[in-house]
Design a protein around this ligand. Structure first.
Ligand SMILES: C[S@@+](CC[C@H](N)C(=O)[O-])C[C@H]1O[C@@H](n2cnc3c(N)ncnc32)[C@H](O)[C@@H]1O
Length: 208
């Protein structure tokens, strides 16, 4: 790998490799059913193809794999992706080094999914990137499929690239790309440290 390749930072991932060590244990410590409680009732009950974009350490993918699903876990931060592959070895989870908004490698596979997860990722994208990303995500959904997103509101670590993003803007983008709103809910953070800091989440689900 050349020095140029090594120093490339995917927009949105700023601060993640530096903090990876502490983030790995934090992500792994949040129970899936607590984090996803707003949307649990919407998850597929039969074995499905799931795309988890910005999958972190794959803790969510691992839970979904135990339910019989096959997951493509897209994660651009090397440290998180590599830790995830070691922590959650599973024939039902495939890891891919790819990133929003273009998802070039994911799109090149010409696959479509029953469910796409974009949890705790969207606010790392700038306005123009969010528009491009939504169109690409919509194209990755099967004709009948679900998109689940969570948006973080409130204080963020200084090293991260974070934009103020509203649920309303996200709904407009989704609608523009032919997706119908199925759920919108505001929740407290499932992580005690973030709850104490006043972090809130918008949970959104869109139906294709
Ligand atoms: C707060 S973590 C959330 C991880 C996981 N989705 C979860 O809910 O535990 C944000 C993740 O988004 C990833 N990320 C940041 N910018 C991204 C981009 N442009 N495309 C895809 N993922 C990105 C980071 O590397 C990190 O793994």
């Amino acid at each position: 790998m050349s020095a140029l390749t090594r120093s490339k930072i995917v927009p949105g991932t700023e601060g993640y490799s530096e903090d990876a060590e502490s983030l790995i244990s934090r992500y792994e410590g949040v129970p899936f059913t607590e984090k996803y409680k707003a949307v649990l009732h919407l998850l597929p009950t039969k074995a499905s193809k799931i795309l988890d974009i910005g999958a972190g350490t794959g803790v969510d993918a691992a839970w979904l794999a135990t339910k019989g699903h096959c997951i493509l876990a897209v994660e651009p931060t090397d440290q998180l992706r590599e830790a995830g592959a070691k922590l959650h070895p599973s024939s039902q989870i495939e890891w891919l080094d790819d990133s929003l908004p273009m998802l070039l490698k994911t799109m090149a596979r010409k696959e479509v999914f029953d469910l796409v997860l974009v949890t705790a990722v969207w606010t790392h994208l700038a306005e123009k990137e969010r528009k491009q990303a939504m169109s690409n995500i919509a194209a990755l959904l099967k004709p009948v499929a679900l998109l689940i997103m969570s948006l973080r509101h409130g204080p963020t670590p200084a090293s991260r690239r974070v934009f103020e993003v509203t649920a309303e803007e996200t709904m407009e983008l989704a609608q523009r790309d032919g997706l119908r709103e199925a759920l919108y809910m505001r929740t407290e953070s499932a992580q005690p440290i973030n709850r104490q800091a006043g972090v809130m989440w918008s949970w959104l689900a869109f139906q294709k």
